[in-house]
Design a protein around this ligand. Structure first.
Ligand code: ATP
Length: 302
């Protein structure tokens, strides 16, 4: 999942680390209740997919975090989760040296694919390697939750049942292989807006997340796809009908099922036939329903 290059001849200290930060989708997403503190208690099936940002980490002798971003317009200071994660790790480890981090962004932004959280997760792994910090996965996950509720999952990756506010994780085996069409319509959806407008107490339908976890354990793609559901669609689809249009198109073009990921607006369709998946992606492009379209698959390498 990552490559390490030692660029210092005759010196064992690592100067440069490269890392891929994978995006996620939610095969299922349920909200149990709104807690008194305003957080929502969730129950989700998380799955990493083969769409990734590339991060590089270079050690600097002078202190400080220097972030550069390629491909998109994103903050390079404290507002970037990469910066926040790096500051936390360096402070925690008491490191005086600095680090230059570069991000090449491919994951759609504000899409429901945990783009920021997965970059932050890559920082934990990257700096752990660069500075030989010997943090265990558990150490990193405990620290990661301070940056965001999805960060511990992104540190772990793969397939998982996620509970609590997202920080209680149960790893699951990889689901059977399939072809995914992932399309992000050209609209921006704020996660905050979606949760604020969700009436968890009024939900009448809840996806069977426990049943889906069991189907994953049994390796049944059929058992997974027939349980796909996301309660956040009750907010987002009403606001942005294009989401339903893309889902409908994917199903009409042969998807076994299609769903919005996270708080949206990204939609994914599960296909068992690659040529149908490619045709569906082409139709989405021709009808201008989305600009960012991927034909990809699950990614369970760790
Ligand atoms: P989630 O699925 O966790 O809700 P998302 O895919 O909806 O995440 P992100 O792509 O993580 O949303 O971005 C949400 C906001 O966070 C963006 O508007 C952006 O300004 C900010 N942000 C900070 N750091 C990053 C980063 N490294 N990558 C992307 N966005 C970032």
């Amino acid at each position: 999942m990552y490559n390490v290059y030692n660029q210092t001849e005759g010196n064992n200290a690592m100067n440069y680390v490269e890392r891929k930060a994978y995006a996620k989708i939610n095969l299922g997403l349920d909200v149990i209740r709104r807690r008194e503190d305003g957080y929502h208690e969730v129950k989700m099936i998380m799955q990493t997919v083969d769409i990734w940002d590339r991060l590089t980490f270079t050690r600097k002798s002078e202190a400080g975090i220097e972030l550069s971003v390629g491909g998109v317009d994103l903050p390079v200071g404290e507002d970037n989760l990469i910066y926040k994660a790096a500051r936390l790790v360096l402070a925690q480890a008491g490191i005086d040296a600095g680090v230059a981090i570069s991000l090449q962004k491919n994951i759609p932004i504000a899409a429901g694919m945990a783009g920021g959280s997965t970059d932050a997760a890559a920082v934990f792994h990257g700096l752990n390697e660069l500075f030989s910090l010997s943090m265990s996965m558990e150490d990193m996950m405990k620290l990661g939750v301070k940056i965001g509720a999805d960060v511990p999952y992104c540190i772990m990756g793969g397939t998982a049942l996620s509970e609590g506010i997202g920080e209680i994780l149960t790893p699951l085996p990889a689901p059977p292989e399939c072809i995914l069409v992932i399309a992000k319509p050209d609209i921006n959806v704020s996660t905050k807006f979606v949760y604020e407008n969700l009436h968890a107490d009024r939900l009448t339908k809840h996806p069977d997340i426990d049943g889906m976890a069991e189907a994953i354990r049994q390796g049944s793609l059929d058992g997974i796809t027939k349980r796909m559901g996301n309660v956040l669609e009750t907010v987002t689809v009403g606001e942005y009908p294009i989401i339903d249009k893309i889902k409908g198109l994917m199903r009409a073009e042969g998807a076994v099922n299609a769903l919005m990921s996270g708080s949206g607006p990204t939609v994914f369709g599960i296909f068992t036939d690659r040529s149908l998946a490619l045709m569906a992606a082409e139709q989405i492009r021709i009808k201008e329903l989305a600009k960012q379209i991927f034909v990809t698959g699950f990614c369970n390498v760790r």
